[in-house]
Design a protein around this ligand. Structure first.
Ligand code: ADP
Ligand code: MG
Length: 330
C-alpha cells in the first residue's frame, strides 16, 4: 500500500488549470483515506468552475493511480468556504495621505519585490479611485468561481489579484459607488476570495485618512502598514495623520516610501529633486520606522504601468524594497 505522506505530496504538486497554482498552494486537500480497496481523496472545490473540477479530478486520479500499489483512486469534492482554506501569513496595507502619490504603484512594486524574492504573493485592490492594480499588471479576465469562493486572477509572473474592477462589467464603474458599498465589497473579498496559502497579501488601501481606508484596515488582520508620500506633500501633516490612524488601530508602521523622489538625468549623471528636497530621513524619524525606498520619477516605469507590464520593470528599487522590508518583517 502507498503511504499517505507520498499521496499528499503528489497531490500538492498538481496544478489547477487556469489558476497558475497547485492543489497544495490553494490548500484544497481535505482528507486522504487509504484502505484495502484503494484511495479515497476528498478535495475542496472552492472557487473551481465545473470544467476545472472535471479536469482536476481526472488529473488527480491519473497521477495517483500511477503510484506503486495505489489501487483504485476516487475523488470526491466537498464544499468549503474560502475563508476556511485561506492561510495568509502576513497582510501589508499600503496607505497614503492623499490620492495620486503613487500608492497603487508602490503596492504593485512591493508585491513584485516579494514575489521576486521567492514568496507567494497576492494583491487586494481596495483603491478604486485611480488607475487600478489590474491595469498596471495587464490583467483583465473576470475571476472564476462558484458559490463557495472566487479565484484571484493571476498576473504574468503569478501574483494573485482581486479588485472590484475585475468584477464589474464596465471598467471605471466602481468609481461611482458609494463608500459603504465599496467597504462591504472589500470586506466580502476577505471571506470569499480563495487566496489559499500566501506569504504576503498586499492591500492597496483607498487614499486618505478618512473612513474608507479605516474600514478596510479594520476588516483584515493586518501585520503592518507602509506609508507612501511624495516630497511635495505637506509631509508632516499628512504623515502625522496616517500615523495617528495606524496607532489608533494598533497597527505597526513597517516603513515609509518616498515616491517621485528625484529624476535621474543620465546625460549629466545627476539626480534632480524636482518636487523639492527629499524628506526621507525626516519622515523615517517622524514615523519611527525605516525608509524602505526612494522611488525616482521614471518615465520608463510610467510607460510600463500604462502598458500593463509593470512586472517587466528592472529598476534596482525593487531589490532594495524587498531587502529592507524583509529585514523589518524578520
Ligand atoms: N515614480 C514614478 N515615476 C513615473 N510615474 C509615476 C511614478 N509614480 C507614479 N507614477 C504615475 O502616476 C500615476 C498615479 O500613480 P498611482 O500609483 O495610481 O497613484 P495613487 O494610487 O496614489 O493614486 C500613475 O499613472 C503612475 O503611472
Ligand atoms: Mg491608486
Amino acid at each position: 500500500m502507498v503511504e499517505e505522506k507520498a499521496v499528499r505530496e503528489a497531490l500538492e504538486g498538481i496544478g489547477i488549470i487556469g489558476t497558475k497554482r497547485t492543489i497544495g498552494q490553494l490548500n484544497l486537500i481535505r482528507d486522504i483515506v487509504i484502505s484495502e480497496e484503494g484511495i479515497k481523496i476528498y478535495l475542496a472545490n472552492t472557487g473551481l468552475a465545473p470544467m476545472m473540477e472535471e479536469i482536476t479530478k481526472n488529473t488527480v486520479q491519473k497521477t495517483i493511480e500511477e503510484m506503486d500499489g495505489a489501487g483504485k483512486v476516487t475523488v470526491e469534492y466537498t464544499g468549503v468556504k474560502a475563508q476556511e482554506l485561506n492561510e495568509v501569513k502576513n497582510i501589508i496595507a499600503v496607505m497614503s495621505g492623499k490620492g495620486g502619490v503613487g500608492k497603487s504603484l508602490v503596492s504593485g512594486l512591493v508585491a513584485i519585490a516579494l514575489k521576486r524574492a521567492g514568496y507567494d504573493v497576492g494583491i487586494l485592490d481596495a483603491d478604486i479611485t485611480g488607475p487600478s492594480i489590474p491595469k498596471m499588471f495587464g490583467v483583465s479576465l473576470s475571476p472564476t468561481g462558484n458559490e463557495s469562493g472566487i479565484m484571484p486572477v493571476m498576473s504574468k509572473t503569478g501574483i494573485g489579484m482581486m479588485s472590484i474592477n475585475l468584477i464589474l462589467p464596465d471598467e471605471g464603474e466602481a468609481v461611482i459607488w458609494r463608500g459603504p458599498l465599496i467597504a462591504n465589497a472589500i470586506k466580502q473579498f476577505g471571506n470569499d476570495v480563495l487566496w489559499g496559502k500566501l506569504d504576503y497579501l498586499i492591500i492597496d488601501l483607498p487614499p486618505g485618512t478618512a473612513d474608507a481606508p479605516l474600514t478596510v484596515m479594520q476588516s483584515f488582520p493586518i501585520t503592518g502598514v507602509i506609508i507612501v508620500y511624495t516630497p511635495q506633500d505637506l509631509v508632516d501633516m499628512i504623515v502625522r495623520k496616517a500615523l495617528s490612524m495606524a496607532t489608533k488601530l494598533e497597527k505597526k508602521v513597517l516603513g515609509v516610501v518616498e515616491n517621485m523622489s528625484y529624476l535621474y538625468v543620465p546625460e549629466i549623471d545627476k539626480k534632480i529633486e524636482i518636487f523639492g528636497k527629499s524628506r526621507g530621513e525626516q519622515m523615517a524619524k517622524t514615523a519611527n520606522a525605516p525608509l524602505l525606498g526612494q522611488i525616482p520619477i521614471d518615465p520608463e516605469m510610467a510607460k510600463l504601468c500604462d502598458a500593463g507590464s509593470i512586472e517587466d520593470y528592472e529598476g534596482e528599487i525593487i531589490t532594495s524594497l524587498s531587502e529592507k522590508l524583509l529585514e523589518v518583517l524578520k
